[in-house]
Design a protein around this ligand. Structure first.
Ligand code: ATP
Length: 141
C-alpha cells in the first residue's frame, strides 16, 4: 500500500510523527488533500484543522491536530508541518480554549469601542485559534 510519512514540528518539539495515507490541511488558499505521489510543494497553512488518515496494524484511523498557521512541505512522500503551535485533539485543554475564546471576544469588543485596529486584529486571531482548538478537541479519539 502506498504510504507517506508525516511530521508535525513545533518549538516545543515533534508532536506527531507517523506513517499515513492521506493528509487534509487548511492552507491560506483553502483546503488541500495530499496523497502518496503528490508533487513537491511548500504551502502556507492557515489556523485550522489537520486531518491525518493513518495506517495502523488493524485498520485506518483518523487523527486530528489543531494548527495555528505555519508551513507545510511535501517532498518525496515525506510531509513536514512546521507550526508555532500545534496540539493533537487529545491534548487540547477544552476549558482553557473556551476561556481564551471568551477573553478574545471581550477584547474584540473593547478594541472596537476604542477604535484600536491593531488590538482588534490581535484579538481576532486569538479568537480564531480558540475556536479551532474547540472544534478539533470535539474530535478527540
Ligand atoms: P491562552 O490564551 O489559553 O493562554 P494562547 O492562544 O495564548 O492560549 P498560544 O500562544 O497559542 O496560547 O500557545 C502557547 C502554548 O500553549 C503552546 O505550546 C500551545 O500548544 C499551548 N496551548 C494553547 N492553548 C492550549 C489549549 N487549549 N490546550 C492545550 N495546549 C494549549
Amino acid at each position: 500500500m502506498a504510504e507517506m510519512h508525516v511530521s508535525v514540528i513545533t518549538p516545543d518539539g515533534t508532536i506527531f510523527d507517523h506513517r499515513e495515507k492521506a493528509v487534509n490541511a487548511q492552507t491560506t488558499y483553502g483546503g488541500i488533500t495530499i496523497m502518496p505521489g503528490h508533487m513537491p510543494i511548500i504551502v502556507p497553512l492557515a489556523i485550522g484543522e489537520l486531518r491525518v488518515t493513518r495506517i495502523t496494524e488493524s485498520d485506518d484511523s483518523e487523527n486530528y491536530i489543531a494548527v495555528s498557521g505555519g508551513i507545510m512541505e511535501v517532498e518525496a512522500d515525506q510531509i513536514n508541518i512546521i507550526a508555532n503551535t500545534a496540539e493533537r485533539s487529545r491534548d487540547i485543554d477544552l476549558d482553557r480554549a473556551e476561556n481564551a475564546k471568551k477573553e478574545a471576544e471581550a477584547s474584540m469588543i473593547r478594541a472596537r469601542d476604542a477604535k484600536n485596529k491593531i488590538e482588534f486584529n490581535r484579538a481576532r486571531v486569538a479568537l480564531a485559534k480558540a475556536v479551532n482548538r474547540i472544534g478539533v478537541s470535539e474530535k478527540r479519539l
